[in-house]
Ligand binder design. Structure first.
Ligand code: URA
Length: 207
């Protein structure tokens, strides 16, 4: 699996805001939106473009548009905080949804929502989930996408744990990971260390 860590100074600054326990929910959502913009920018760096003939006020010229805009798939709940910004950057994209809760006792993913196009065989897909922890939710989402024929899948995550990266690598699915950090690992409650806590709670409050 191809892993890209976006290590730009601005990305590090926003990630620090996200990690800081003193950051309130509103500021957390703002920093997450900013960082999402940087991750999506990087995720699209190698996107195919098609020529567009236009006329400027001065002359004719040839510009570009995305040849095949990605389907954006936020993983609810925490991925909701990424989708608005991602969609603002790629307004021509469609959006699908996957909802996965986490069983706090077993740390296993509990799927509760699946709203995706039936055929993804020609569509690049960007899965938006701030935290790649055990990798269980991401793997479940990628299985759903692969069942619909997806062959071009990018996981866009703010923080990844080495355990989650290994889960995706071991799955054998062809995919990319774009993240702002690969942290030290997971604690006994399957939280990423140092991480940023519960990304859903920090945006929307506790359940
Ligand atoms: N989900 C989160 O929101 N945070 C973690 O650290 C792990 C999973």
């Amino acid at each position: 699996m191809d892993v890209t860590v976006v290590d730009h100074p601005l990305a590090r600054a926003r990630l620090t805001t996200l990690r800081d326990r003193r950051t309130d929910n509103a500021s957390f959502r703002g920093a997450l939106a900013d960082l999402t913009q940087m991750l999506i920018y990087e995720a699209l760096a190698s996107a195919e473009v098609a020529d567009v003939s236009i006329t400027t006020p001065v002359s004719d010229t040839v510009g570009a548009r995305l040849a095949n805009p990605p389907l954006l798939v936020p993983v609810l709940r925490a991925g909701l905080g990424m989708v608005e910004q991602a969609h603002a950057m790629v307004p021509e994209s469609n959006v699908g949804f996957v909802g996965i809760a986490r069983d706090e006792a077993t740390h296993q993913p509990v799927p509760y929502l699946e709203s995706l196009p039936a055929d993804l065989s020609t569509t690049p897909v960007f899965v938006l989930d701030p935290m790649l922890a055990t990798g269980g939710s991401m793997l479940h989402t990628i299985d759903l996408l692969r069942q619909r024929g997806a062959v071009d899948v990018t996981a866009v995550c703010v923080v990844a744990a080495p355990e989650g990266v290994a889960t995706l690598e071991d799955s054998g699915h062809p995919m990319r990971l774009i993240t702002a950090a690969v942290d030290d690992g997971l604690n006994g409650d399957a939280y990423i260390v140092p991480g940023l806590g519960d990304a859903g709670d920090r945006q929307f409050g506790p359940r």
